[in-house]
Design a protein around this ligand. Structure first.
Ligand code: 13P
Length: 328
């Protein structure tokens, strides 16, 4: 049997973010996924987590709206009921399998509550294994709170993201680089813009210093919004603020930007995405890499009952359609 050569990183990054499709983020950690299952009335177990992710992956027609699915290590190593490993089934369904490879956050000493994301030790060997098992792309998430972000925290996280991204590219895997400024809190739009600008400037300085090929990455940022506990801003102000921050910080060589949803309502993030997509003066593709905005309603519809799988898949597909339509 001959093995086809892997497509270039730039082609994979374009496939993930172009063509009117986006990315389904289904990579919640075991702890987070277990808590969400329990909230939906499903006792948490490895089997429940697998059944739920299988429901998402096998929704009929998902690949019409979604180019890739991000999995966590547990799911990446699990099998569907028919015995196929998740990454194999994803490729069969015309979805690129991705893997979250960071191991979570820890406090940065001396930085008054700011966090840094860990997971670099042994990462090369893990990436080699994921690549062998079919991973096309990976994800690493840095987390910032507007109240605690400092230039040093932005620098430390940018450095880790850059080392991760360079290692991914060495293993033929497209890195999703995600510097998330959380939208929890009472901050205003300007505070979100300032924090996002700092995080992105530090990130791209670090990617440059690490020699990362920007044509072979996907950027996953937050929308620039007021905090969820603050007075909402009109959508056009959010879109202008988001666009201006990205225009000033993201080099044109980056092929695609895939936004996270941050726990904001599906309709709202789709509206932001549609308006950003409509801007003719952007050099990059824009699409979604939503988690909760796509899956929350489906999880609650399913609630662990085999009889509700088809309904839950319909709910998922409707959200994926809304998000994909915003990029067409
Ligand atoms: P949300 O869209 O739920 O914010 O999740 C996206 C994601 O993958 C965060 O890392």
């Amino acid at each position: 049997m001959t093995t086809l050569p892997a497509p270039p990183l730039a082609a994979v990054a374009q496939q993930l973010t172009g063509g009117g499709r986006g990315i389904l983020a289904a990579d919640e950690s075991i702890t987070t996924m277990s808590a969400r299952l329990e909230q939906a009335g499903v006792p948490a177990s490895a089997t429940a987590r697998r059944d739920y992710r299988a429901l998402l992956l096998t929704a009929d027609g998902l690949a019409d709206r979604v180019s890739g699915i991000i999995l966590c290590d547990e799911t990446f190593g699990q099998d569907l009921a028919d015995g196929r490993p998740f990454p194999v089934a994803a490729r069969d369904l015309d979805l690129l399998p991705g893997i979250k490879v960071d191991t979570g956050t820890t406090a940065l000493p001396g930085q008054a509550g700011a966090l840094v994301t860990e997971g670099l030790d042994g990462l090369g060997a893990r990436l080699a294994s994921y690549a062998e098992r079919g991973a096309a792309f990976a994800k690493w998430r840095a987390v910032f709170d507007v109240r605690t972000i400092t230039p040093y925290a932005a620098h430390a996280n940018g450095h880790a993201l850059a080392r991760y991204a360079a290692l991914c590219q060495e293993h033929g895997i497209v890195p999703i680089v995600e510097p998330e400024v959380l939208c929890t809190g009472e901050h205003d739009l300007a505070a979100s813009a300032q924090a996002t600008r700092l995080a992105l400037r530090s990130l791209f300085a670090a990617l440059d210093a690490a020699g990362v090929d920007l044509t072979g990455i996907v950027l996953k940022p937050n929308f620039v919004t007021p905090g969820l506990d603050a007075a909402p801003a009109p959508a056009d102000e959010v879109v202008v603020a988001t666009f201006e921050v990205l225009r000033d910080t993201v080099p044109a060589a980056v092929p695609g930007i895939a936004f996270l949803s941050g726990g904001q309502p599906t309709e709202q993030v789709c509206d932001y995405l549609r308006a950003l997509h409509a801007r003719g003066d952007r050099p990059w593709s824009v699409t979604f890499s939503f988690g909760r905005a796509l899956v929350s309603a489906a999880l609650h519809t399913w609630a662990g009952a085999p009889a509700t799988v088809a309904d839950a898949q319909r709910v998922l597909l409707a959200n994926c359609r809304s998000a994909a339509d915003a990029t067409r």
